[in-house]
Design a protein around this ligand. Structure first.
Ligand SMILES: [Zn+2]
Length: 229
């Protein structure tokens, strides 16, 4: 009779963990938990030729499955990326304001939800100094060309870096506008109590959608861009 497959309790299997990480992070095909579990099961079969009901019973493989739960969250948000204002544009605006450019106003935030910084993608706290200046989110030369006022912090701030997550400060009060590669607006939907991620994914499912812009639903001001991964 064949000896049972045994692995000492504290044995680590980095090769399999690394393979799983690469496979899940690098793939855009996997979008649901069931697909991930299916992928995990196929790796788990490396542990032996047990019937399906007995697979994943080796503790080490079960640990792998538990450890992969965080990747499910990453995969769900990996169909798009958030594009904040570039640091170069923010720095240029700060220099222009410092040199007294008439179209770059220095203001002080006086409310907790009226001054969104397009660079760090958070609301300015009351008392923070902001620069208000015009920004052409849709460049000149197109029917939907648009230039409008935006804020950035007057003092250097860290550019928003969680680009696979919708910015927490702007889950309400935004409209999502989808544009094609010629900057024509082809669809728009207000985030009205629903998850913005679902609206973004629906707009990006249209083959002609090149990008989606998040704007203020009340003032219409550009907030940030969303692109496909
Ligand atoms: Zn900022």
């Amino acid at each position: 009779m064949k000896a049972p497959f045994r692995v000492p309790a504290n044995t680590r299997i980095p090769l399999i963990v690394e393979t799983l990480n690469r496979g899940l992070r690098g793939s855009r095909q996997i979008s649901s938990k069931s697909k991930i579990k299916s992928r995990i099961s196929s790796f788990a079969r490396v542990g032996g030729d047990r019937p399906p009901s007995q697979r994943n019973l080796v503790p080490e493989f079960r640990r792998c499955e538990v450890a992969l739960t965080p990747y499910d969250f990453v995969v769900k948000n990996s169909t798009f990326r958030i594009v904040p204002l570039t640091t170069e544009i923010a720095a240029t605006a700060r220099r222009a304001a410092a040199s007294g450019a008439p179209d770059h106003a220095m203001v002080v935030a006086d409310s907790p939800d009226g001054f969104p910084c397009r660079h760090c993608l958070r609301w300015a706290r009351p008392g923070e100094r902001m620069i208000l200046f015009p920004y052409a989110a849709i460049p000149p030369g197109h029917p939907y060309s648009e230039c409008g006022p935006i804020f950035v912090h007057a003092d250097p701030c860290e550019r928003y870096h969680a680009t696979d997550e919708f910015p927490a400060d702007f889950r309400k009060g935004r409209v999502m506008r989808a544009y094609n590669s010629n900057y024509d607006m082809i669809d728009a939907e207000v985030v009205n109590g629903s998850a913005p991620e679902a609206i973004i994914e629906k707009l990006l499912q249209k083959p002609e959608t090149a990008f989606v812009d998040a704007r203020s639903v009340t003032h219409g001001c550009y907030t940030f861009r969303i692109q496909r991964l």
